[in-house]
Unconditional design. Structure first.
Length: 322
């Protein structure tokens, strides 16, 4: 098949391409002044907290090499936590600690590291090794999320999350990202995690892919990937819509985790969410975005997240259903 034929076929199915996403939606709908509130995870966490949105607790921030050298003072009573770059992307630079043994810590993959190794790791974060533009960064220490046990058979070594694309405050497409051994426990599709598309109306998984190929079972557990009911779905949709009120980017990715004790928590927001969510759902974004454009122009005074969720579910039933 020629590239032109492939493009026509994708367009016919309403698939949104990279150039259209950037030009027609991100540049048009996302104000640059709001980017710091999503690109900087510390600022994002504060913005969400101020809006009454639950997030993982922040245990500390390391801003200087001096702080990195005195890391033990910040972690001496912590047996589990996550260290991540404040300006990282795609899951790069995240260190997950699941337990402590004397003066050593155990990572999610089972590796044993000492304080010097951890301090060196944090030092690399500060130099900007994982930041969006390679600029000097800060390291943040968060509480470890314990995922809801309903996901036990659908993940390997890591915490699954849920990505929702929110357009002008309306949730339009969603998927759950399920870690695998290949992804080293990270919920990152590019590194080998499974992406399972979720029906907006019901909260059930409808399709699943790994490395852009359709799969029926989780590669490590053998669990069936379609027909899985995401718990607290109504709450998750309302939470994703509410994030737009906290950071009003017109085209927004919201990443949510389900903690076994605390319920839904927003991990981060993304002003440039990827397009693989379409492959996970087996459906294109264009018809959904266009339907919201029509609704948004006719009903732009709607500011209540619950109303926007109800409208999105209605449109899902009428014209989006897969």
């Amino acid at each position: 098949m020629s590239l032109f034929s492939l493009y026509r076929q994708l367009s016919k199915h309403g698939v949104l391409g990279l150039n259209a996403r950037n030009g027609d939606y991100i540049m048009r709908c996302n104000s640059r002044r709001l980017y710091p509130f999503v690109d900087d995870k510390i600022l994002c966490k504060q913005r969400l907290t101020d809006a009454g949105i639950n997030v993982p607790d922040l245990l500390g921030v390391i801003a200087t090499q001096h702080d990195a050298a005195h890391l033990l003072g910040k972690l001496h009573d912590q047996g589990e936590f996550v260290i991540k770059p404040a300006n990282g992307s795609g899951g790069d630079g995240i260190l997950v600690i699941t337990s402590r043994r004397n003066q050593r810590w155990i990572t999610a993959s089972g590796t044993v590291i000492d304080l010097d190794t951890m301090a060196h790791y944090v030092s690399n974060i500060l130099t900007g090794m994982y930041s969006l533009a390679g600029h000097p960064d800060r390291a943040m220490i968060e509480t470890l999320v314990h995922f809801d046990p309903v996901f036990t058979n659908l993940t390997s070594q890591g915490v699954p999350d849920i990505r929702v694309i929110v357009y002008h405050g309306y949730p339009v497409m969603a998927m759950t990202r399920l870690p695998t051994r290949q992804s080293d426990g990270k919920a990152n599709l590019h590194q080998g995690a499974v992406g399972a598309g979720i029906d907006i109306g019901s909260g059930c998984t409808v399709n699943a892919v790994m490395q852009n190929a359709n799969v029926d079972e989780h590669p490590d557990t053998g669990a069936k990937l379609t027909g899985f009911q995401i718990p607290n779905w109504e709450t998750l949709l309302a939470l994703s819509a509410k994030c737009y009120d906290a950071v009003p980017l017109g085209y927004l990715g919201v990443d949510i985790v389900l903690d076994r004790d605390l319920g839904p928590l927003v991990l981060e927001l993304n002003a440039r969410p990827g397009l693989n969510i379409q492959i996970a759902n087996g459906a294109g974004l264009k018809p959904r975005l266009r339907a919201i454009d029509q609704r948004f122009k006719a009903d732009h005074s709607t500011t209540d997240p619950a109303q926007r969720v109800a409208s999105a579910k209605m449109l899902n039933e009428q014209c989006w259903r897969i």
